[in-house]
Design a protein around this ligand. Structure first.
Ligand code: AMP
Ligand code: MG
Length: 501
């Protein structure tokens, strides 16, 4: 019996989820009905109780064997038709016409506590028609990594998919380093529509318009009633704006996504797909963590430019919708695309102004550029810098002086302090405001590595402690000082992230 025809089960001791299936119902051709693979012994390893409740799901019943079965995709639900999603994408610049959910399953759509439609989606739930030879599986370390970093990003107030649960399957999955415990991540997103979904649809008669109208209704409903000649351009502009804002926020916290292919660029403006991602420690635009990113295409400092490239690919898919006259469509879409650079710079500058305690008065670009140069020259930890600057305003100069030698920083510090003082503000309240936007704790690579290694060996305690810290990133706590410290140089020098997820 194929995976798509196993009998669906009514689970008596689990309340109905109340799934809807608007994507499959309204946009024919971007989904295929599919089911998860059986799992020998699904068990909930970690569950996000608050997120479950916000979706009107009962955490206790999700923790039952039936709940674990549903969250691993191994018990097919009677109440809904689950699907795998098709998409295309540019991977490292090369077009791949058919990607799709090779190991994922859309269980269905739910409403969150604000009435917004979200997807509940599984990753690691078995092979699908889009697996392209892959095993359809995922392993515990990589799924916990996505859980931890996505929840940290959410706590940093950065738009992101959320993590509801990681369920172990009871199966061993073969990876490069040997067998590892199999797991499924249950994630929640405002949708899983990506630039790659549009690249797929644009190559099929009539599908791009249906998909665009669906995406507009779901994400940008204010444009739904605009005449066609304005609607798709407004849609493009809204996605450009949402993504410009997103990547500026990544840059401001030192987040390196690692695999910014067009299939990992959402239409909603949420961060998606935490594979080889990692946070900067020492500030350096050339930082690359991913073992497969040989050319540094997705280096920290390249992210804004790569996003612009991805948005150009998105714009191309909308050409026939914007105007039946190709030249007019190109002119209109190019004008919007050309605004991307300024939008990005404005978002980044506003974010740096807040980080530096300059708030609404804004920040001089030269002050930011010179700070970047100072930090690059002295291999300074990006995260510690801003907490140390706040301390400097409180009269404690040693934290920043220990990061950058005072003779090198004196001039910059003087200019910055002049800018901060310009409105005669109270320095200690400026410092407090900085601490509200500058995290003390990020998921530091050495701590993430150690926590995931322990979890893979069966000890979840370091993971749970780290999760607690990184989901309260702004509250400096004396007991957590080891979590704030950068990795030892010996660790950072050789640190790489792997896609073998
Ligand atoms: P990602 O790098 O996670 O964004 O995945 C890129 C593409 O590879 C997507 O189409 C995934 O579904 C697919 N993929 C990744 N890992 C596997 C796997 N183990 N089995 C099947 N497909 C996979
Ligand atoms: Mg992906």
């Amino acid at each position: 019996m194929s995976e798509s025809t196993r009998p669906r089960v009514s689970i008596t001791n689990l309340p109905a989820f109340g799934f809807e299936t608007t994507l499959a119902d309204e946009v024919h051709g971007v989904t295929v009905p599919w089911q998860g693979a059986p799992a020998p012994d699904p068990r909930v390893l970690i569950l996000n109780d608050d997120l479950a409740r916000s979706l009107a799901l009962d955490p206790a019943s999700l923790r039952t064997p039936e709940g674990a079965g549903v969250l691993s995709g191994s018990i097919p639900l009677a109440e809904t038709a689950t699907v795998a999603m098709a998409y295309a994408g540019h991977q490292f610049g090369n077009f791949v016409p058919l990607l799709g959910d090779g190991r994922a399953l859309l269980l269905g759509e739910l409403r969150d506590d604000r009435g917004r439609r979200v997807d509940l989606h599984l990753k690691g739930s078995g092979a699908t028609p889009f697996s392209r030879g892959g095993d359809g599986r995922a392993v515990v370390g990589a799924m916990l990594r996505e859980y931890l970093i996505s929840e940290a990003m959410h706590a940093l107030n950065i738009p992101t998919t959320r993590s509801l649960a990681v369920v172990t399957t009871g199966e061993q999955v073969l990876r490069e380093g040997g067998p590892q415990p199999g797991a499924v991540l249950a994630r929640v997103a405002s949708s899983h529509l990506r630039v790659g979904t549009f690249e797929f649809a644009a190559r099929r008669e009539g599908l791009a318009q249906t998909l665009a109208d669906y995406a507009i209704a779901r994400h940008y409903p204010a444009f739904a009633d605009l005449p066609a000649e304005d609607r798709y351009l407004a849609f493009f502009e809204a996605v450009v704006e949402a993504q410009a804002s997103l990547v500026a926020q990544w840059m401001s916290v030192g987040f390196v996504h690692g695999v910014m292919n067009t299939d990992n660029t959402t239409i909603s403006g949420e961060t998606i797909d935490y594979g080889p991602c990692a946070f900067l420690d020492a500030y350096d635009p050339a930082t690359v963590f991913s073992s497969i990113d040989h050319g540094g295409r997705y280096a920290y400092g390249n992210q804004p430019a790569v996003l612009g490239w991805n948005l150009a690919r998105f714009g191309e898919t909308l050409l026939p919708l914007v105007s039946s006259t190709p030249d007019a469509a190109i002119t209109a879409l190019t004008a919007v695309l050309d605004s991307y650079g300024d939008r990005y710079r404005q978002h980044y500058s506003a974010s740096m102004a807040l980080k530096l305690g300059l708030g609404d008065s804004g920040v001089d670009a030269a002050l930011v550029d010179d700070l970047h140069r100072l930090l690059t020259d002295h291999h300074t930890d990006w995260t510690l810098t801003f907490r140390a600057l706040a301390d400097n305003l409180r009269g404690h100069s040693s934290p920043f002086d220990s990061l950058v030698p005072p003779d090198a920083s004196a001039n910059w510090l003087k200019r910055w302090r002049t800018a901060v003082s310009v409105d005669g503000q109270n320095l200690s309240s400026v410092a407090d405001g900085m601490d509200r936007v500058n995290p003390a704790y990020i998921p530091r690579n050495h701590l993430v590595d150690a926590a995931l290694n322990a979890a893979t060996e069966g000890d979840l305690e370091p993971f749970e402690s780290l999760l607690e810290v990184v989901t309260s990133p702004f509250d400096r706590c004396g007991e957590w000082s080891t979590y704030a410290a950068p990795a030892p140089q010996s660790f950072s020098a050789g640190f790489q992230t792997f896609c073998g997820t």
